[in-house]
Design a protein around this ligand. Structure first.
Ligand code: ATP
Length: 474
């Protein structure tokens, strides 16, 4: 992993953004807990997504479906049969890899060595293998033919490629053996599909319209590393937009643009974002693209935008025997709608924001670490400091804190030198630091220091809310 990535991971732990789950017991692999700063960052992202997707669109409504769904859901969706990762073991190190990722890394090495022709040939074989009926066998053949060695041991001693289902299963009922086997949902989307009719009618929506949901999903990821990029328990923010068959590609193009614009509005540098077309289209999809961010570990998917045809609704109609058609009262026609979905990982978005915000520079001759979050995502919007504990300055600072609390998450701090207090807030990514000083006693004004420019403004106490609002957008 890159040094920068390691630095960010340790900052997250030190400052209480994100840490390993159950750490006192040695940690639970690929699961993480969000501390006080992390949870605020995550909430802000959720709120901004909901504001954009639901409040921003009169034709998108919300839903909160259960994590535990009827087991037939996953038969209908195809997850029981086909939600697999192709895995291969290195016998020398006993280390497990994803076969397709090994080949992708090999292609990248070929490109770096300037062997473009061979890289292209292997890439074409990879695409063909991923789309073939015998994916495992074909991936294995590529690894053999290309003599790809295990990254960890350098050995060339592989097991065959096996398909491994990623769903977690458990049992309901008092006795494990006789209880029904159920699965923790591996995606939130199916809760939306099965509720298509339950939502549409009461919400008085007509096609085209969308259903949005934020919630946890679970995948038994085998190659689980890379911090919150790949977790076994994570959160998704998904929106399924139901359209008339034939119109899906226009809506796909529209949502693709809107979603990219949203990432940019979070303050992410545009040069670090790009679209990436899928090498392998799912058999039911007629278009699919990812939005990728350039993490310190490389360009990786943060969001997927998929045109899923009528596959899901049709399958649920078939498996449940319930009608999933829509009657269009205006055109007087009946059909099963097509679906365009936008699916973004909340944790991957948080990681993107952390990576994008991380910076080191100098403040008054000292090195500082600063997280340059957009003010609207920053965990703490403003900090309030009394310059001294004398002459009632803390009381004024506490009054300001109370005035701002209904509007923003703010923090009061009177401990340590001003320099130390600023450093702590820079590392938390707090955009505004407000200092109450002795002049405040005479002029009812405070100093507001900008995190990025470190410039200071003198602002009247009764203008602070407006000042922070004005300086938070853009
Ligand atoms: P990948 O290929 O990286 O495993 P995916 O294509 O399987 O991702 P989707 O099924 O399209 O992912 O899920 C939608 C979004 O959910 C992804 O874009 C990602 O942001 C998020 N996501 C998926 N798996 C994980 C995970 N294990 N940990 C964290 N976020 C995840």
């Amino acid at each position: 992993m890159s040094d920068l990535f390691d630095t960010i991971v340790s900052l997250c732990k030190q400052r209480g953004f994100i840490f390993q789950s159950s750490e006192i017991y040695g940690g639970q692999a690929a699961t993480y807990d969000y501390g006080p700063l992390g949870v605020e960052l995550k909430r802000n992202v959720k709120d901004l997504w909901w504001q954009e997707m639901v409040y921003g669109h009169g034709d998108v409504v919300g839903l909160d479906a259960a994590i535990m769904m009827h087991p037939k859901t996953w038969e209908a969706s195809g997850h029981t049969e086909a939600f697999n990762d192709p895995l291969i073991d290195d016998k020398a190190s006993n280390h497990r890899y994803r076969a397709d990722e090994l080949i992708e890394d090999h292609i990248r090495d070929l490109r770096q060595d300037g062997d473009m022709e061979q890289a292209e040939a292997v890439y074409e074989r990879l695409v063909a293998a991923l789309n073939s009926d015998d994916m495992a066998g074909n991936l294995y053949d590529i690894i053999q033919d290309e003599e790809i060695r295990a990254p960890r041991s350098g050995a060339f001693d592989w097991t065959p490629v096996r398909q491994f289902n990623l769903m977690f299963e458990t049992h309901v009922g008092p006795v494990a053996e006789t209880g029904d086997r159920i699965f923790l949902r591996p995606e939130t989307a199916q809760g939306i599909f099965v509720n298509f009719q339950n939502v549409r009618e009461p919400a008085r929506q007509h096609v085209p319209f969308g259903i949005a949901q934020i919630g946890k999903a679970f995948r038994n990821e085998i190659v689980a590393r890379q911090f919150v990029f790949r977790m076994r328990e994570f959160e998704q923010m998904e929106m399924q937009y139901f359209v008339k068959p034939g119109e899906q590609l226009d809506f796909f193009a529209e949502w693709r643009e809107k979603r990219m614009a949203w990432h940019k509005r979070l303050g992410v540098r545009p040069s670090k974002l790009r679209f990436h077309e899928h090498e392998q289209l799912s058999h039911y999809a007629d278009a699919a693209e990812d939005i990728q961010y350039e993490y310190p570990i490389g360009w990786k998917e943060v969001e997927g935008i998929h045109s899923r045809t009528d596959y899901d609704l049709k399958r649920h109609q078939e498996y449940s025997g319930k009608n999933m058609t829509y009657y269009d009262p205006f055109e007087q026609e009946k059909y099963i709608p097509y679906v365009v979905e936008t699916s973004v990982g909340l944790d991957r978005t948080v990681l993107m924001l952390l990576c994008d915000a991380y910076d080191e520079d100098e403040a008054n001759g000292n090195e500082r670490t600063v997280l340059r979050f957009h003010p609207e995502v920053a965990p703490i919007r403003a900090a309030i400091f009394p310059l001294s504990k004398k002459k009632g300055l803390p009381d004024i600072a506490h009054d300001i804190e109370a005035d701002l609390r209904p509007h923003f998450n703010v923090m009061y701090d009177e401990r340590g030198s001003m320099g130390k207090r600023y450093r702590r807030m820079d590392e938390a990514g707090t955009p505004f630091c407000i200092t109450v000083d002795f002049d405040t006693l005479d002029d009812q004004q405070v100093t507001v220091r900008d995190r990025d420019s470190m410039e200071q403004d003198r602002v009247a106490i009764d203008q602070l809310t407006a000042y922070i609002n004005d300086h938070s957008t853009g």
